[in-house]
Design a protein around this ligand. Structure first.
Ligand SMILES: [Zn+2]
Length: 381
């Protein structure tokens, strides 16, 4: 992997590379921005380049050589100068917190999962590290970082601690982490990555150099899909529009049949707006959705419905099709807009946004979908 495996983010790459060349690497950074835009990749590549033994420097750009021993162990994320911290599941029962490390305190199965996730991340910077039942960065992980920082450096170079989805730190962890940040450590850089900066203690943020990463443009996403994933330009364009700036969302969509998902959720809306016999038909389709038994899929469907209704809203307001995402659905959209031209589409959009939040909060999906469509019915009929 190299800088080129991170799509776009040229401005951030320049900031990082200039800091390395000018030998002005800070002690703490916070890379923030929506999910799936390469924040973790930027942090890893940063660490790799700083530690490379023969970096390639051209004017104001610097690249890791990818050949030296340091680069090679960075490629597998096994270098001693890089430590990835993320949410872990609960410890196995009977673990001895004094004697054992965070990793040996996990069950064997969980420890293997963690290794596997790190391996995936080393091969794909857009891979989202996710371990079942792990939603918190535990205090044990932060304590271990703290301990390791007080030990003398195991190898030459600069050590990097990358805290992935830093907003997942518990209150305890955040407070312990704050103390770590307050103590100066030479030769160490801590990088937080987050898509929810507002959930991180302001006292932590104020000690970090803030780097705001922008969402990716549709062109960048579409071109990457065409080049790296061999997708036809037409499909790439459609997926890029739905991805809303996030490359990993685009990759998620790649694995799904977007058109049939959209057809399913729009059909649910259509059924809910029938004047007669709507109940049974709507229930049938909601059941089909709920049977997918996958929170991410529920959210995808709701996002597709949201984008579809946003299109109707923009057509209604601007009287043009220029901003329509579902360009291949113009005919259906136009019919819908004509039929419901005096209705407040924006209220429907609010309802879907609420439903998405409820999915994330684990409210029963059947309730969410039925409630949503019944309210849509009240709004449109
Ligand atoms: Zn190297």
């Amino acid at each position: 992997m190299g800088w080129n495996d991170i799509i776009g983010q040229e401005r951030i790459k320049r900031i990082i590379q200039r800091a390395i060349i000018q030998n002005r690497v800070a002690h703490a950074y916070c890379f923030s921005g929506i999910e799936g835009i390469g924040k973790d990749g930027l942090a890893i590549e940063f660490a790799k380049t700083v530690n490379c033994e023969n970096p390639i420097i051209n004017d104001d750009s610097i690249d890791a050589c990818r050949k030296c021993p340091s680069c090679r162990s960075f490629e597998t994320l096994t270098h001693q100068n890089i430590q990835l911290i993320f949410s872990l599941p609960a410890e196995k029962s009977g673990a001895d917190s004094k004697k054992e490390t965070v990793m040996t305190r996990l069950s064997e199965e969980d420890a293997n999962l963690v290794q596997e996730e790190i391996k995936q991340k080393s091969k794909d910077y857009y891979h989202r590290i996710e371990i079942p039942n792990a939603t918190q960065i535990r205090i044990a992980s932060i304590r271990e970082v703290k301990r390791s920082l007080t030990l003398s450096a195991p190898t030459a170079g600069r050590r990097f601690v990358i805290i992935i989805r830093a907003e997942e730190m518990t209150k305890e962890s955040a407070n312990a982490f704050l103390k770590t940040l307050e103590e100066p450590h030479t030769g160490i850089t801590i990088i937080l990555t987050t898509s929810k900066k507002e959930f991180i203690l302001p006292t932590i943020l104020s000690r970090c150099q803030l780097i705001e990463c922008e969402p990716l443009s549709e062109d960048l996403i579409a071109n990457s899909l065409i080049e790296k994933k061999n997708i036809s330009p037409e499909d790439a364009r459609l997926i890029a529009q739905f991805a809303q700036g996030s490359y990993s969302k685009a990759l998620d969509f790649l694995n799904e049949d977007m058109k049939s998902n959209r057809e399913l959720i729009v059909e649910a809306l259509r059924r809910s707006l029938r004047t007669i016999n709507y109940r049974l038909d709507l229930l049938e389709i909601v059941e089909k959705i709920v049977k997918m038994n996958d929170k991410n899929k529920y959210e995808t469907l709701l996002v597709l419905l949201l984008l579809w209704l946003r299109d109707t809203y923009s057509m209604q307001k601007s009287k043009s099709n220029d901003y329509v995402i579902n360009q291949d659905n113009l005919e259906v959209l136009t019919r819908f807009v004509n039929k419901f031209q005096d209705k407040e589409m924006n209220l429907a959009i609010d309802l879907i946004e609420k439903a998405i939040l409820q999915i994330r909060r684990n409210v029963q999906p059947q309730l969410i979908f039925i409630n949503l469509f019944v309210k849509m019915r009240e709004l449109f009929l």
